[in-house]
Design a protein around this ligand. Structure first.
Ligand SMILES: Nc1ncnc2c1ncn2[C@@H]1O[C@H](COP(=O)(O)OP(=O)(O)OP(=O)(O)O)[C@@H](O)[C@H]1O
Length: 305
């Protein structure tokens, strides 16, 4: 008897005490180094610098033998579990660690060993040029990607046709990417990443760019993959998208998880901390019923007017 293939395991993301710091290499700029060292030392003494400055990760002084060096703590001791059907939004000030966290989940950055366990096939809409070779044409980049992902020839052909049609670049599809505009590169990158449905979809804000024609085509493609992805993790500064799309929000501050909870609660607390409110950001809330929050996501909301 032929055995049935096993269904793919359910998607999940388990993060346990994740930290990530970037060393600052700026040896030649002595005055900058001196200033940063002084600020970091003052902050250790008084904690005033870190409280006042709500941009970027925490800058700290580290010691290795006789040498001192500076690091930016981009993520600090994060722990959480994301289960299937959860749609998580990341909020926080500039430099809070949102993009870095997405990159760690995507496997682009490595956190501390054993801190991240991801189950399921991931697609990351983080950077349109990630993994692309600027010397190769759009078509060649598709083949490169197909080989890296071990597609069989029929799948590779299908992918090529799919992306070529979506990107709609005419003869530019066979010219090197270095001759493309950023919007043209995005068409190839977006088309490639959204050609198949992932179990886990990670999205940063970059995909909101592009001309009107691109946005309409992108909307249709996004609609399909967002609805079928098991897990969505998204970062954007657009509160209305977070409110309508997400079931859960992580509020990051200087790399730490300041709050984790349902979208209305965490967004209200976050907005209050920056002197705003949900009613101010989403005037339509006043007129709508509470039950309309977190309804089925509408990808139209991702595309700016
Ligand atoms: N490749 C890198 N090298 C050094 N420092 C980095 C690097 N990437 C991020 N950082 C630092 O890590 C911190 C977190 O950056 P990150 O890009 O994750 O913030 P963010 O929350 O996505 O910000 P924004 O809302 O402005 O996009 C910042 O202080 C940033 O300077």
């Amino acid at each position: 008897m032929q055995s049935k293939p096993l269904p793919p395991p359910q998607a999940s993301i388990l993060v346990n005490a994740l930290s990530l710091e970037f060393p600052i290499y700026h040896g030649e700029a002595k005055s900058l180094k001196k200033t940063l060292f002084q600020k970091a030392k003052n902050s250790l003494l008084s904690n005033a610098f870190s409280n006042r400055n709500r941009t970027g990760g925490q800058i700290t002084v580290k010691t290795n033998g006789n040498t001192q060096y500076l690091t930016v703590q981009a993520l600090k001791d994060l722990s959480f579990h994301i289960a299937p059907q959860e749609r998580v939004g990341l909020v926080g000030h500039n430099g809070a660690g949102k993009s870095t966290l997405l990159k760690v989940l995507a496997g682009i950055y490595e956190g501390n060993p054993g801190a991240v366990a991801v189950e399921g096939k991931i697609s990351a809409l983080l950077d349109a040029t990630a993994g692309m070779n600027m010397q190769l044409s759009g078509r060649e980049n598709i083949h490169l990607w197909a080989r890296q992902h071990k597609l069989i020839p029929a799948e590779e052909k299908q992918l090529e046709e799919n992306v070529e049609q979506f990107a709609d670049l005419g003869e530019f599809f066979d010219l090197p990417l270095r001759l493309y505009s950023s919007g043209m590169i995005m068409r190839v990158g977006f088309g490639l990443i959204t050609a198949s449905t992932p179990q886990i979809l990670l999205m940063d804000e970059w995909f909101m760019a592009g001309d009107a024609n691109f946005q309409e085509k992108a909307r249709i493609r996004l609609e399909n993959i967002v609805q079928s992805a098991e897990i969505l993790v998204l970062t954007t500064h657009a509160i209305s998208i977070l409110y309508q799309w997400c079931t859960r929000i992580f509020w990051l501050e200087k790399g730490e998880l300041r709050m984790d909870g349902d979208a209305p609660t965490v967004l209200a607390a976050y907005l209050e901390s920056v002197g705003s409110s949900l009613e101010q950001e989403l005037p339509w809330l006043r007129a709508s019923q509470p039950s309309t929050a977190n309804t089925e996501p509408t990808p139209e909301d991702l595309i700016p007017e």
